[in-house]
Design a protein around this ligand. Structure first.
Ligand SMILES: [Zn+2]
Ligand SMILES: [Zn+2]
Length: 126
């Protein structure tokens, strides 16, 4: 006897929660592996991590595909939270530019004094 015709929103919630939990478990799995494979050093700022600080060291996927987890670690890079964040911000910006086609070389204007100004103008002009 199967009564799966009615979609119980609670059930959907539970399924989503389950999927999220599985994903977290998967992440925990490759993180542990990566921590065994690599020295506990951020690949960008070369900061060293140990003990409690190790929580700030995260696994970055070089090809940005979290399902690509070769056991030899060739797709992984250990990055601290800050460098990891930076890496993704950059990737998103590059991705947007690249959408028009090909690789457009754009100087990284992370320190542009006008970038913030522009944002503010756009924000207040409503
Ligand atoms: Zn770092
Ligand atoms: Zn990443």
């Amino acid at each position: 006897m199967v009564e799966n015709n009615k979609r119980d929103p609670d059930q959907v919630e539970r399924m989503l929660a389950e999927m999220r939990r599985e994903q977290l478990q998967r992440q925990a799995g490759y993180r542990e592996q990566a921590l065994k494979l690599f020295p506990h050093v951020c690949g960008r700022c070369t900061r060293e991590f140990e003990g409690k600080g190790l929580r700030e060291l995260t696994v970055h996927h070089k090809d940005h595909n979290h399902d690509n987890n070769p056991p030899d670690g060739s797709n992984w890079e250990l990055l601290c939270l800050y460098c990891h964040d930076h890496e993704h911000t950059r990737a998103v910006q590059e991705g947007r530019v690249g959408e028009t086609g090909g690789t457009i070389q754009k100087p990284t204007l992370s320190h542009s004094p006008f970038a913030g100004l522009n944002d503010r103008f756009n924000g207040t002009k409503k």
